[in-house]
Design a protein around this ligand. Sequence first.
Ligand SMILES: C[S@@+](CC[C@H](N)C(=O)[O-])C[C@H]1O[C@@H](n2cnc3c(N)ncnc32)[C@H](O)[C@@H]1O
Length: 329
Amino acid sequence: MIHFDDHLGLYRALAGVGSLTAGELTTATGLQECWVLEWLRGQATAGLLGYDDNDRFELYSCTAAVLADEEHSLVFAVGAFGVPLESDVTDDGLAEAFRSGVGLPYDRLSPNAIHRSERMLGPWARLPLVPHIIPTLEGVEPKLEAGARVVDVACGAGVVLLAMAVAYPASGLYRFDPSEHAISRVRERINEAGITNVTLHQASAEDLSPEVPFDLVMTFDCIHDMTHQADAIAAIGVALTDDGTWLVKDIRSAPRFVDNLANPVLAMLYRFSVATCMLSGLSEPGGAGVGTLGIHPLTAEEMSRAVGFTCFRIHDFEDLANLYYEVRP
Ligand SMILES: C[S@@+](CC[C@H](N)C(=O)[O-])C[C@H]1O[C@@H](n2cnc3c(N)ncnc32)[C@H](O)[C@@H]1O
């Protein structure tokens, strides 16, 4: 229900407006009252809304922070409540992957997987990126302001891509992602926002071979999803200018399982690992399949140095789930 209500915008319609009757919420949303009333009662029963004797319902402030406040990083939770995998994926794909070892590419999951990454990963990246993260990278912000070439590899629904395109209108933004579902969602968002400085390529990171090199390559939450990570990282190295920057966001993790147990969202990360990241990373025979937590700082540094990067800096922005790496030739 949370996933569905997020689609309809019901939590957002309730946020910050005090208590409403079903009729008032119906007017505000243009939906049908009989459905809205049933939904409100279910949400009140689940403890997500307050309810009084006058049939008025109110979104609690803590519920709003988690499900409706787009400027609060806790809103990632709305994506975490995405719909379960479709039965053909679990029965034929995932179960078979446990037997054969070979998983499924992103596009064998429904567009819901892209929606989930948009709503869950989006806030984690979008909120701190322009105000906090870009300014800490050596020499990057002035280049972006003056007009740089930037590629968001594996951009999913394009949350980061669009945030960068809006913040740095003089720069050209490029997108490389093999997913058809992802590209159509990005296209939709670009058209809605009227953005003109973005070019879309439906291709894998391994195929990144621009005629003109990039000043900034971003890989957010995706190296662990790739089947051939070493090839992708080598291609990134070739695609960068001599003084370019590769910005990596990957899941905060340590090499030993036991050292990750204090992470309050660890169980959720393992759920995504089995159902998405391992599936993708093993979608070809011989795929890396390191799992959601597989790119910890030691691995990231080792893989970067192996293809000739000489500078590797870890940035901890106190994000519950992620670390950032600034990598340069
Ligand atoms: C978890 S999503 C990350 C989306 C986005 N970067 C974000 O942070 O919201 C992973 C993405 O990696 C893409 N992907 C998987 N293998 C890839 C590859 N070899 N090259 C480029 N993208 C790839 C998938 O299509 C998917 O869109």
